[in-house]
Design a protein around this ligand. Sequence first.
Ligand code: NAD
Length: 453
Amino acid sequence: MGQMALIVTNPATEETIAEIESAGVEETDAAVARATAAFNGWRAVAPADRARLLRRLATLVEENGEELARIESQNVGKPIAGARAEVGMVAQVFHFYAGAVDKHYGQTIPVAGGVDITFREPLGVVGLIVPWNFPLNISSWKLGPALACGNTVVLKPAELTPLSALRLEQLILEAGIPEGVVNVVVGPGRVVGQRLVEHPDVAKIGFTGSTEIGRGVMQGAAGTIKRVTLELGGKSANVVFADADLEKAAAAAPYAVFDNAGQDCCARSRILVQKSVYDRFLDLLIEATRRVRVGDPRDEATEMGPLISAGHREKVASYVNDTVSAFTGEAPEGAGFWYPCTLVEASNDDRIAREEVFGPVAALIPFDDEEDAVRIANDTPYGLSGSIWTENGARALRVARALESGVLSINSNSSVRPSTPFGGVKQSGFGRELGMHALDGYSEIKNVYLATG
Ligand code: NAD
């Protein structure tokens, strides 16, 4: 039986935009049963045909891009221009995995007395659990490789932001992907998510969310020895050396942490600045932060919208309350879960520098030299992303090798591209999404030996 209705809110206005019947354990089990029934048919679809269906889905995402971007903007509070770019990436991701379907090969291995062959087999039914900050994007990062490998799917969006996944489910059917291959179930994480984690017929959980919930997913998966990939939290460093192009680094730094109102696992929320240029950089950074346009997500010029909920805003504020801000920007008043861009001078031991704030709040931390920068940057339980700003190429690569992080960019904020691997180390999780690497997380290698006598 479905539980109570789930109220979906526009975080920029606090208005209800949808009421959805919330699924429970029974609906989750039914979705798993549909996915199980669809599995043999889907895995048997010829690779070229599976590719064609994924390509058709990519095209439908493009054709319905404006509608999807508006849904995402309204439900998450994302500025419309950014939401359009995200939907563009969703289409690119499906195009990429359409192209990957018939390029994920097995091998033949030299052995005595016969032939040894490896096959890439799908896992079966996979449970995909996604957060509210990039609902459609992160769904596509998991759906693309899962479907390309021949798995069937139960997708659980975050309860705050289910609308784009429900629209995508319609497009998946419109593309001609058979019924039962992708099943969206909307309901609470501790009910629907947990049931997927424990369900004996679910072979793998692809999870993106907080480290805290991820820890529980890993424990829950142990009961059935499920495969898991975990894309978890971050506390990434933006390391600015004295020999960087400071103007460029300062102009980019706000967007590395205030994009998506800081609700970004890749947010470079610790800005490490070499002491010799600290004061100058801070002036430039304040100037750049002042220019971030905060306001109505429907406005084409808006760069930052509200936070996702009142509760989340309280949590973000709790990090800033006992600090002295170097800069606090403007934010709209009245309805909406607004929070201003905030720069705080901190030490790496402060709570604001240790925990994931997940809001538009950056901690500035000075460092002495390269060794000190690497030490501070690595002094965190997380290891997801980060940036290095320097004009010295050798230093850039030296520091990139030394940083404990799954993803890094040099003289840039960019973290994700459809064709390159993305994921964390340490408590930011394990497994890689995107690129050809993600296919390894949605397939199993089967080894077959044929004795030739
Ligand atoms: P969350 O961990 O609260 O929830 C994530 C998902 O897990 C939601 O769908 C939720 O309903 C579900 N869930 C909740 N309890 C569950 C349970 N007991 N069993 C199974 N599923 C359960 O995270 P959030 O607040 O939605 O998202 C923010 C977090 O996600 C941040 O920590 C952020 O860093 C992280 N994140 C990581 C990445 C990455 O790729 N590494 C990307 C985006 C967000």
